[in-house]
Design a protein around this ligand. Structure first.
Ligand code: C5P
Length: 277
């Protein structure tokens, strides 16, 4: 490998809608989800080996540098000796990709350095395939079936996390209804209003069990609605929620107000498609 350092963004993943449609015999749940990515995310830097990981950033303290770390597991799975620096901007265990996004960014970086992608990505995490693509997509199966979608309309988003880490297996275990209808057909949305109308006919089936485990999620959603969000919902298995606002300044103002609750609240936009090269 040539002596190259490279940066790779790990955008936050949002499940705009997430239906749980069944359960496999191995206990994993079948999902049908509209997934998108934001310009806010973690940041990875890769430099020539040996294999190592250092973590900084606002949420760096929440993450152990041990053999289970998904960045190290991704590099090992790809057979790569590589130095990894992770700037952790996103809260840990919060329903917006986190570890899967970081592992996917390591794999994207390694691919740019000439490494082949490992065959079985899902042993790293169910969300790794969609995070590897990092484009708006319909995600089905347990996360392995990814159908990229046309670009979504611009969205002015606020992400809010009340500081409660939720365990994904615990949220799935608290789910009462495991066989729900699939998502309605996903059209090509002309504008944010059309997307919001479509979202109103969908759900995040993990919201009810997550709210049962962390009732503060209800407060976050109520606060987003009170701030004037056109739509608010929890992402993934929580506890991060998103609100869609009319304009970027309204999103920024709302994020500032929500921070006064002591919550992590950030205004962001949908990620721009990656620039080739
Ligand atoms: O693969 P990941 O580490 O993201 O999943 C964590 C846990 O969440 C799994 O061990 C499983 O209990 C649950 N899960 C699930 N169905 C999925 C994804 C995750 O039941 N499709």
């Amino acid at each position: 490998m040539s002596v190259t350092c490279l940066s790779e963004p790990a955008p936050a993943k949002l499940n705009l809608a997430l239906h749980v449609t069944g359960r496999r015999t191995d206990g994993y749940h079948l999902l049908d989800s509209l997934v998108c990515f934001t310009s806010l995310g973690d940041e990875l830097r890769l430099s020539p080996g040996p294999l190592s990981l250092s973590i900084d950033g606002p949420f760096g303290d929440g993450l152990a540098v041990d053999d289970d770390n998904l960045c190290l597991r991704a590099a090992r799975l790809a057979g790569a000796d590589i130095g990894i620096c992770l700037t952790k901007n996103l809260p840990v265990a919060s329903g917006i990709g986190g570890g899967s996004a970081d592992a996917a960014a390591v794999l994207r970086g390694l691919e740019r350095l000439g490494h082949a992608l490992p065959a079985d990505l899902q042993q790293l995490g169910a969300d790794v395939p969609v995070c590897l693509a990092s484009v708006p997509a319909r995600m089905q199966g347990i996360g392995e079936r990814i159908v990229p979608l046309p670009a979504l309309p611009p969205l002015h988003l606020v992400l809010v996390n009340p500081g409660v880490a939720l365990s994904t297996p615990q949220v799935f275990a608290a789910l009462e209804q495991r066989e729900n209808p699939a998502l309605p057909e996903i059209p090509d949305f002309a504008a944010a209003e059309a997307l919001i109308r479509w979202l109103r006919g969908t759900r995040n089936d993990l919201e009810a069990p997550a709210r049962h485990l962390a009732p503060v999620i209800g407060e976050v959603l109520a606060a987003l609605n009170a701030m004037g969000a056109g739509f608010a919902r929890m992402s993934g298995s929580g506890a991060t929620c998103f609100g869609i606002f009319d304009t970027a300044p309204r999103a920024a103002e709302s994020a500032e107000t929500l921070q006064r609750h002591g919550w992590w609240a950030m205004a962001t936009e949908l990620a721009q498609p990656p620039v080739p090269g």
